[in-house]
Design a protein around this ligand. Structure first.
Ligand code: TA6
Length: 291
């Protein structure tokens, strides 16, 4: 599959799979199993990727789709544990790659527990991440409990979407839902019947939300459609100007050009997996031009 998938040294010398399908190009760092680029033919990149992103072992790349597992945010029981778990900063293995349906190219990556993960989280696990690069980007994360005991975990496909102007964006699919407001001390709130518009720092964990989200972006003249399965949580994040100024791997105006709409299972929606059981979280992204 040399012409469809080439693994070479990317930024920071980290191995990066460059994918060229008939319908789209993509880049996937094995570091973190991190999709950093998906660009359907004739379109601008769909994922935001910071020009100041750091590419180094043990660090998370700012932008694209960080893979969050096995906890979301800070670890409740250990404030020194890495934010958002360890999957996004570990070296994954590329297991297979080849042609998929509808002119796509499909890659499968894997990550298992080892001494370093067990030092942070004692459970044994096996992760499989299937990335389908085509006119649709399809991301499937399978978690298998290979421990002799059940474990509880959280997960997120922490998708950074590129937008023309975040202040002009509307997000549908979260009407009449409950959320935890992380910018208000995790207060429990309700979002009303209107589509979501961002007017300041936003960090919301929408609970029990399984519906399609549509990000309408008039500045780029497009709509991003996010469908999902196996995910009960949707997280919407934008740090806005002041918070972004304190994030070293973002440029000062980057907050205007991004919004995270994350396909997750977090907080009240954390999952318990019995020994030998599996859970699959699926997110698909596609673009539509706005007339
Ligand atoms: O998903 C939203 C969030 O949990 C925010 O609270 C914000 O901190 C963001 O993720 C980024 O986290 P990071 O560890 O990548 O800087």
């Amino acid at each position: 599959m040399a012409d469809l998938v080439v693994v070479e040294a990317g930024e920071g010398g980290l191995p990066c799979a460059r994918v060229r399908s008939a319908r789209a190009d993509a880049e996937i760092y094995l570091h973190g199993g991190h999709v950093t680029r998906w660009q359907p033919r004739g379109a601008e990149p769909v994922l935001f990727l910071s020009r100041r992103a750091v590419y180094a072992p043990g660090k998370a790349i700012r932008g694209g789709v960080p893979l969050i597992f096995p906890w979301f945010g800070p670890r409740a029981t250990d404030p020194r544990a890495p934010m958002h778990g360890f999957a996004r900063s570990r070296a994954w293995r590329l297991l297979t790659s080849g042609p998929g349906p509808d002119d796509s190219v499909v890659l499968e990556l894997g990550l298992e527990d080892d001494d370093a993960t067990r030092a942070l989280w004692s459970s044994a696990f096996s992760l499989r991440y299937r990335v389908m690069v085509g006119a649709t980007l399809s991301l499937t994360l399978e978690v298998v409990n290979t421990s002799p005991a059940p474990f509880t975990f959280e997960t997120a496909l922490h998708t950074y979407l590129a937008v023309g102007d975040v202040e002009a964006v509307t997000i549908t699919g979260l009407e009449d839902t409950r959320f935890l407001d992380k910018v208000d001390g995790m207060a429990r709130k309700r979002h009303g019947p209107a589509p979501l518009r961002l007017t300041g720092e936003t960090d919301r964990v929408f609970l029990g939300t399984r519906a399609r989200c549509v990000v309408v972006d008039p500045a780029l003249g497009r709509r991003l459609i996010i469908d999902k399965a196996g995910s009960a949580t949707t997280v919407v994040w934008n740090p806005w100007a002041t918070k972004a100024a304190g994030i070293a791997d973002l440029e000062p105006e980057d907050w205007r050009r991004m919004v995270c709409v994350e396909t997750a299972n977090a907080a009240d929606d954390a999952l318990v997996l019995a020994p030998g059981a599996r859970h699959v979280t699926l997110a698909t992204l596609r673009l539509e031009a706005v007339a």
